[in-house]
Design a binder for this molecule. Structure first.
Ligand code: PEP
Ligand code: MN
Length: 364
């Protein structure tokens, strides 16, 4: 249940409302209010509130509206924002602004075309990153990716360049105008990464790292967060993880499907593209697809990129390397900038076709 507070409520009326909520819920949970889009909201597990209490809440002077949401996830539910979220990234740190997501006027199809994010799995050095950043921009991608802190399965593998890698990402943004996305793994590093990155990435392994989700939700600049699906996470678990970020006050959440684990070893993961149209039904948050981690094989990346756009993805995130075979991380699934430029072209054509067949026209 989502209660929107009235802007005109006096301090006394607010206190009365909080007391009423306390008695309605049996004072079992602290009542917390969140500021989202300049409005104050209170979110409760709807099953705690009966019809009678709901009526009292609707009539209360401090309440503007009460929305009964039937799922455990509330703020991320499409019922809260039927029009869909458009998230502006990249304008705060000097990069080119990019809009991710659809505002609903064009159905489930991204408003300004799919957003393509490209770059190396890991930042490996200055030359490497600047060369890739330029190539990625020239290929038509709008955002640069690159891991500075890498979650690696083995402690003996390259762990990323750390802060030095963040410095290089900032330099690459300055050189190309591309906003940058990079992973943050620790709550204590969130503010550091916020000062460098346009989008914070929370990786698959950390999807249910609740202190990290809260820290990303509370980040001082409301920097957008791209939340990758845990490799063994159900869609509800994923949406509830996104709910943690929103409930902490950050409405700028982007979901990223990157494949889930199964029994077959031919692909690294099973890319769940059915989740894309499903998520558009369940949530207002934009959905990005990662065919690199989703397949683990570069030869499958172009086909699955086309499929992801056809399924309604708002964008793609792709691992790109000038010499994939010598990449320090995830070379097997990395493509070249030339291959990226083909994917960008195809993604635009498919999205344009979907747009037109929906009877819409895009303003260039
Ligand atoms: C990555 O993007 O390089 C990465 C580690 O992704 P994931 O968390 O999806 O494995
Ligand atoms: Mn990777």
């Amino acid at each position: 249940m989502i209660i929107r507070m009235s802007d005109e409520a006096s301090g006394e009326e607010r206190a009365q409302l909080l007391a009423l909520l306390g008695s309605v819920t049996g004072n079992q949970h602290p009542i917390s209010t969140t500021r989202l889009d300049e409005r104050e909201v209170i979110v409760l597990d709807g099953s705690q509130v009966d019809e009678q209490a709901c009526k009292l809440l609707r009539q209360h002077k401090a309440v503007e509206s009460v929305l009964a949401v039937k799922t455990a996830y509330q703020l991320v539910n499409r019922a809260f924002k039927p029009e869909g979220s458009r998230i502006v990234v990249g304008d705060a740190l000097g990069g080119n602004p990019v809009v991710i997501g659809s505002d609903g006027s064009e159905g489930a199809i991204a408003v300004s075309g799919p957003v393509i994010i490209g770059g190396p799995c890991a930042v490996e050095g200055r030359e490497q990153l600047l060369a890739i950043a330029r190539a990625v921009r020239d290929a038509g991608a709008q955002v640069l990716r690159g891991g500075a802190f890498k979650p690696r399965t083995s402690p003996y593998q390259f762990q990323g360049m750390g802060i030095e890698g963040l410095d290089l990402l900032a330099e690459a943004r300055e050189a190309t105008g591309l906003p940058v996305i990079t992973e943050v793994m620790e709550p204590d590093l969130v503010e550091t990464v916020v000062s460098y990155a346009d989008i914070l990435q929370i990786g698959s392994r950390n999807m249910q790292n609740f202190p990290l989700l809260l820290a990303a939700g509370c980040n001082s600049k409301k920097r957008p967060v791209m939340l990758k699906r845990g490799f063994a996470a159900t869609i509800d678990e994923w949406l509830l993880a996104a709910e943690y970020i929103m409930a902490a006050g950050n409405p700028n959440v982007i979901l990223c499907e990157r494949g889930i684990r199964s029994f077959d070893t031919h692909t690294r993961n099973v890319l769940d593209l059915a989740c894309v149209p499903l998520l558009h039904e369940l949530t207002h948050l934009p959905v990005i697809v990662d065919p690199s981690h989703g397949t683990g094989r570069r030869e499958l990346v172009p086909t699955m990129s086309r499929a992801a756009i056809a399924a309604g993805a708002d964008g793609l995130i792709l691992e790109v390397h000038p010499d994939p075979n010598s990449a320090l991380c995830d070379g097997r699934q990395s493509i070249t900038a030339e291959e990226l430029s083909g994917i960008v072209r195809e993604a635009r054509v498919i999205s344009e076709m979907m747009y037109r067949s929906a009877g819409l026209s895009r303003v260039a």
